[in-house]
Ligand binder design. Structure first.
Ligand code: CTP
Length: 391
């Protein structure tokens, strides 16, 4: 396993040398990248000698001529660990800056990132740093909270780098997670569908596609091959997923069905329009003083159709956006649609569900068991959901 260890400017940089050794003992090939500020505390020679690998400093360093190291290292790494992570590095990476080698690798890296912050407690408590940490937690990022204790300049508070054992254990846990779905295929329907009324108008709903994108990201982090059949959304999907763009429910069914028989897990996160205009007009419906009646016909139930063609051992999961906390209709959907389980969102709560960044899911399995994720980022909920359906 390959690990890039980013070391940024904190007095705790001296501990990164021991940490590199501990990670090597745990079986990792460790390559170190130092920020400018880190070099005030430690030197590249220290890490090159310890790891037997080149150490990157400048954005244009190229240990192998003709190969851009920031892309190469980002592609080859299984985990990016930033320890110690200074306030500056955390704030930069949370906001997408790429003005040195470490932040450039972080931007090019699509796998899991672990931050082990170490800094003055006031800098850690600053609202900008808190906001950055909140942002990072919503992505594929683990934050190892600093320990409370005596820090430099005679202060006391949370600011000390987590212990090496805690950091190494976190790397091992992330690696273990990345194996859970290795060799498995996950198919996800996501986003809304659009059902044409005429050439310029359509029926749709408020689905943002955020939960589907989070599920795709979570499945990738667990090592799966992921296919997403997505309606029109602004939310970007992970580039490592195969994405099939569709517009209508019928197109969604057609594309998803072609991928269903080989899937090990199928998740219906799409908000499929239940009805479509029976005869969409080519051109434009003109204005008149008369009232207009749209004739709607039922769309196929995509997830129910996929459950019929799925492998016998495949786990088919539905989502149910329910307007209240009653669970009876959700339970009925499990049986009506032939599902293994259903994840229920209570859309009467506006802090979760449609377009929100947070969510809280109630997972009900066909065997009647129920459990809740608690309020988390959508990525956190997605990871929780996948772990629970495999349990
Ligand atoms: N679903 C689907 N195709 C449809 C309708 C729903 O695949 N035409 C899927 C959704 O992706 C979700 C699950 O079925 O995984 C439940 O969706 P929901 O809208 O809650 O249920 P409906 O069957 O539409 O029932 P109702 O509208 O009465 O709540």
């Amino acid at each position: 396993m390959n690990l890039v260890l980013g070391v940024s400017g904190s007095i705790a940089a001296y501990r990164a040398a021991d940490l590199a050794r501990d990670l090597m003992r745990a079986g990792y090939t460790v390559r170190v990248c130092l920020t400018d500020a880190a070099q005030k505390f430690v030197t590249p020679v220290l890490f090159e000698t310890l790891t037997g690998q080149p150490c990157l400093i400048d954005t244009f360093d190229e240990p192998e001529t003709g190969r851009m190291a920031h892309i190469d290292w980002a592609r080859q790494a299984d985990v990016l660990l930033i320890a110690p992570a200074s306030a500056n590095t955390i704030n930069k990476i949370a906001n997408g800056y790429a003005d040195d080698m470490l932040s450039t690798i972080a931007l090019a890296f699509t796998g899991p990132i672990i931050f082990a912050p170490a800094m003055n407690p006031a800098m850690y408590a600053h609202e900008t740093t808190r906001e950055s940490i909140q942002k990072l937690k919503g992505r594929a990022t683990t934050i190892l909270e600093p320990q409370e204790g005596d820090v430099v300049a005679g202060e006391h508070g949370p600011g000390k780098l987590a212990s090496n054992m805690e950091i190494v254990n976190s790397v091992l846990a992330i690696e273990k997670r990345s194996q859970i779905l290795r060799g498995k295929r996950v198919l996800i329907t996501s986003g809304p569908t659009q059902e044409p009324i005429d050439s310029i108008r359509f029926l749709t709903n408020r689905s943002s596609g955020k939960m589907g994108a989070a599920l795709a990201r979570a499945a990738l982090l667990m090592g799966a091959e992921v296919t997403v059949v997505s309606g029109p959304v602004k939310e970007p999907l992970p580039i490592q997923a195969q994405t099939i763009h569709i517009i209508t429910a019928e197109q969604m069914l057609d594309q998803a069905r072609q991928n269903a028989a080989k899937a090990d897990i199928i998740i219906g996160a799409a908000a499929v329009a239940d009805y479509r205009p029976s005869a969409p007009l080519k051109g434009k419906i003109r204005r008149s003083e008369e009232s207009l009646h749209l004739d709607l016909v039922a769309n196929p139930d995509v997830i129910a159709e996929l459950a019929k063609v799925a492998k016998k051992e495949a786990r088919v999961i539905g989502f149910a956006a329910e307007p209240d906390s009653g669970l009876e209709t959700a339970v009925q959907k499990i049986h009506r649609k032939g599902l293994f389980a259903i994840a229920v969102n209570d859309i009467s709560r506006k802090e979760i569900g449609f377009d929100a960044d947070q969510n809280e899911l109630m997972l009900i399995k066909a065997d009647g068991s129920k459990e809740t994720s608690g309020m988390q980022s959508k990525l956190g909920c997605a990871l929780w959901l996948l772990e629970r359906i495999l349990a």
